[in-house]
Design a protein around this ligand. Sequence first.
Ligand SMILES: NC(=O)c1ccc[n+]([C@@H]2O[C@H](COP(=O)([O-])OP(=O)(O)OC[C@H]3O[C@@H](n4cnc5c(N)ncnc54)[C@H](O)[C@@H]3O)[C@@H](O)[C@H]2O)c1
Length: 456
Amino acid sequence: MKICVIGTGYVGLVGAAIFSDWGNEVIGVDIDAEKIERIKKGEMPIYEPGLSEIVLKNISENRLTFTTSLSEGVKNSEIIFICVGTPQSETGDADLSAVWKVAEDIGKNLDGYKVIVTKSTVPVGTNEKVKKVVKENLTYHVDFDIVSNPEFLREGYSVEDMRNPDRTVIGSESERAFAVMRSLYEHLGKPIVDCDLKSAEMVKYASNAFLASKISFINEMAQICERSGADVSIVAKGMGLDNRIGPKFLNAGIGYGGSCFPKDVAALYKTSTDQAYDFKLLRGVMEVNEIQKSYFVSKITRFFGSNLSGKTIGALGLAFKENTDDIRDSVAVEIVKILRGLGAYIKVYDPQAMYNAKKVLGETSIKYCLDKYEVMEEADGLAILTEWKEFGNIDLEKVKLALRNPVIFDGRNILDKEKVESLGFTYFAVGKRTGGVELLDKRPSGTPGVILKNGS
Ligand SMILES: NC(=O)c1ccc[n+]([C@@H]2O[C@H](COP(=O)([O-])OP(=O)(O)OC[C@H]3O[C@@H](n4cnc5c(N)ncnc54)[C@H](O)[C@@H]3O)[C@@H](O)[C@H]2O)c1
């Protein structure tokens, strides 16, 4: 099949690579000329394990090409995938300007029957409008069909996820389009959900909102665990072994971030209010997520005092999660900004996200370190902000020698509490009581701010 993928970001580039690897002829299109030049030279503009090899292989076998010309992509394909960004707008809903622009340009260049597929995450009703925009901009009298095919990949695992999805959702009004889409995906042998456009659009938001709810749920459990003396990691393990619940997205921490959950949860909430419905649960999910960040910061300020001038904090992690260089809406970056705003000097290291983070955080009061151990040298305390595996394997003896105070704020619960405490550290995890630190009061749940007193 001949496929055009418009937008070569985290979704589009991986999609283009995998579609070509399945034997299709694929053209990737992007307005970012520098990005297209880099990809053509074999340089990946994003970090995604396994991606580079697949792109290079399929370029060399002439199944995968890249261009900045949307016209060239549209005219030489049977299926057109829209994979442009749909970030959060100031009003909380999805900014669809890139989708409308692409729909207009597809309309102008459509020269025969094609299936136009929206893979970008878009609110319910968007695909009906895409159809209208394409139709209004047609240059030739041609037929086309619209499909909603939301993407569920996880950054850091996207190659694996596209090759082996749990399910494929295909929303359309046309049997002809369903047949084309089935022939693209059915070789995977995975469930295909054929449905209407609106339900397909909604599956994506419902899935992300549900996963974000799981995270906020375990973060609220963490608050009760810390107050009562239970250990949230054990609670999550016990819950996750129940098949009805499952272990994923049950890690208590500093809250969800990234390029999808915050904007998708906000957009779904906006959809609900637009439909004159107050999605109460979702409001709580967002509120808990905000509290979780300030709660973590307040553990640091309770320990050192609220003015951090003269203090150096070593920070491990900047990416919004492990295995990616993506820092969009990263809670780690947000926390670094807050700590710096309180006067701290930050020494930071991330295996992949330093380049992107530097563009946002600049050079003031921050040192970008060459490795995880440099972060600790002459630092007053250590904060773990991203759950990279290599941070979980850190040599604690070395950490203790390097730090000025043996104190660790583990925002991802990746260290072993007993081991850390047995080495004499004061260890602030999430949802676990800190040894040597007593509870001062029991304010109502949801109260931001930590209620611990440094008793060491
Ligand atoms: N990143 C993820 O993990 C993920 C997972 C599932 C779904 N999604 C959704 O997929 C969509 C894309 O996300 P992403 O993370 O790949 O975004 P991204 O920002 O990494 O990539 C978007 C690309 O589109 C390009 N673009 C913008 N306007 C264009 C135009 N007019 N013509 C051609 N190219 C244009 C940009 O230059 C950019 O390269 C979003 O709707 C997102 O919500 C993302």
